[in-house]
Design a protein around this ligand. Sequence first.
Ligand SMILES: CC(C)(COP(=O)(O)OP(=O)(O)OC[C@H]1O[C@@H](n2cnc3c(N)ncnc32)[C@H](O)[C@@H]1OP(=O)(O)O)[C@@H](O)C(=O)NCCC(=O)NCCS
Length: 186
Amino acid sequence: MDEDVVNEFGPTKQHLVRPATQADLPQIAHIARLTWDATYNKTIAPENRQEFLARAYKPENLADGIDRLGHWFFVGEVGKDVVGFGHFLRRYHPNRPRAELVRLYVLPGYQSMGIGTLILKTGFTALAEAGIEQCFVSVQATNTAARKFYERHGFSFHRNHGQFLGTQIITLAEYVRAMDGVEATR
Ligand SMILES: CC(C)(COP(=O)(O)OP(=O)(O)OC[C@H]1O[C@@H](n2cnc3c(N)ncnc32)[C@H](O)[C@@H]1OP(=O)(O)O)[C@@H](O)C(=O)NCCC(=O)NCCS
């Protein structure tokens, strides 16, 4: 599975997406640390980044999302290396089954290779199979690259909202995407 393949973007190691396991958690935390530092170095104070990552990405805190009803947690691999992850979770609504993509990160050196798209599409299929009708995602309003990425994948801007992150208030842009037209494989 990890032999080199050639695609329209040139020779590259083949990548795939699979459900995350407990054994992936230290690597997921490592990816989060590197990718957060690269993505948010100008917008989130270092102490706020560190405090958030130490809490949210502690393996025992992440473990709740693995193999659990209402969670869909995937990793992207290049060869045998885990280089990205995406975590969707169900959000309660009385009559519209909905979910949120709560994290999607690909290591800086592996971005723009299609891994984020593959994680997103794998997640959409899983949500459609579970009968989810809408998927939400919140992205830092200043993160234009990620906003474009979601817009190209069918998300529509819904609203801006604020969130405390340590000593800061972060403005987030919330997007929503209907799961109509996503093929469930079962
Ligand atoms: C946003 C993010 C998750 C997207 O993942 P990715 O793997 O880089 O995304 P993809 O490669 O699938 O797509 C990215 C771009 O590469 C292009 N692309 C797709 N397949 C490609 C390939 N095989 N080779 C080169 N480029 C490709 C696409 O046109 C796409 O362009 P777009 O962003 O303008 O839509 C990732 O870049 C990331 O982790 N960014 C930093 C953290 C972040 O902002 N996360 C979101 C927080 S909400």
